[in-house]
Design a binder for this molecule. Structure first.
Ligand code: TRP
Length: 333
């Protein structure tokens, strides 16, 4: 069952690899499956059974991480399908199998005690080749979605110090362009998870500064968000709109935020390398789609007052007096 209120990382998992929650837990059985992961002939079955139990066994991440040979078995599953990525011929069975391994990695990435070591071992990097793929077949879509779910689980922490470590890792490994491409081309579900990851990065001060450091980065992000708004007018999605609006409102947050724009030599008569300071808010105001100012999304916004609040804050920050701010049914209660 898919829970519509679940977080994007959970959504990704539920869609790609359903887990069965209410089953009785037999610890001995689980321990045996973990041991079986080391045996290539028993691995596929053990992966399937363990991934079904991942939500009902709170200590599973600890057992997976600390048991002998388990993480390397999961990593072997991941690298084993690289040859099926390029050239692209991943079968449904291969995709299901590796997604079960990824579901267990997500479980490790979600736990407070194993998230740090998992990141420190740089295991998420092995999933980046999957995020690079662009094939739209179901087996590739599941693979991207489940991989995004692992990254989503990393950023889903309330521990500020840990979040900073995660975000610094993601920034230094250039995850943003990968997310942006999925935000542009993915299915609604993977777009939602990718936008959630970008949102978590933006909400962090380091992340916001990183994106606003150059005009190219800022405008790339703004351009993709703009394209998403256009697509959303044709295919509305309340949960996707929520993350898009939150990303925009965060970009508009800091009034003193400025970034250096190195003007092109042809534009700047003074020659290349001339630095011009531009206010992020000014740049955002110029490229904000009209659909966020008028009543295009009225129905979505009516359903989700918190998104309406973020939109109100966005327009206020940018000093835009949009029609959406005056609609009777959308006024704050
Ligand atoms: N190498 C690019 C950069 O650091 C990566 C990148 C492309 C990027 N588009 C981006 C980073 C948008 C942040 C935002 O600029």
């Amino acid at each position: 069952m898919i829970d519509a209120r679940a977080s994007p990382a959970t959504l990704a998992q539920q869609a790609a690899v359903p887990s069965s929650t209410n089953l009785a837990i037999n610890t001995d059985e689980i321990m045996q499956w973990i041991i079986d992961l080391r045996d290539p002939s028993k691995r596929e079955f053990a992966l399937l059974e363990l991934s079904k139990k991942r939500d009902s066994v709170p200590d599973l991440p600890l057992w997976l991480w600390h048991s002998f040979g388990t993480m390397s078995a999961l990593l072997q599953e991941v690298v084993a399908i690289y040859p099926a990525i390029m050239p692209a011929n991943l079968t449904a069975a291969q995709s299901n199998r590796v997604c079960n391994a990824l579901a267990l990695m997500q479980c490790v990435a979600s736990h407070r005690e194993t998230r740090g070591p998992f990141l420190h071992a740089h295991i998420p990097l092995y999933l980046y080749p999957f995020l690079h793929t662009t094939k739209v077949s179901r087996s590739f879509e599941y693979l991207r979605l489940t991989s995004l779910g692992v990254i989503g689980a990393l950023v889903k922490t309330d521990d500020k110090e840990q979040l900073l470590v995660v975000i610094n890792f993601l920034l230094s490994t250039e995850i943003i362009p990968l997310c942006l491409r999925i935000m542009e081309q993915g299915t609604e579900l993977s777009k939602t998870v990718a936008t959630f990851i970008l949102q978590k990065i933006l909400l962090d001060d380091t992340g916001l500064l990183y994106i606003c450091q150059t005009y190219e980065r800022f405008s790339h992000v703004a351009m993709i968000l703009g394209k998403m708004v256009m697509k959303l007018t044709r295919e509305p999605s309340v949960r996707l709109l929520k993350h898009v609006v939150r990303c925009y409102s965060r970009l508009s947050d800091n009034p003193s935020l400025i970034f250096s724009l190195t003007l092109d030599a042809r534009v700047a008569q003074g020659g290349a390398g001339q630095n011009v300071k531009v206010r992020a808010q000014q740049a955002l105001k110029q490229c904000l789609p009209d659909q966020l100012k008028d009543l295009t999304f009225k129905n979505c916004l009516k359903e989700d007052p918190s998104t309406m609040n973020w939109l109100r804050q966005l327009l206020t920050n940018l000093e835009i007096d949009g029609q959406v701010l005056h609609d009777e049914e959308l006024l704050p209660k």
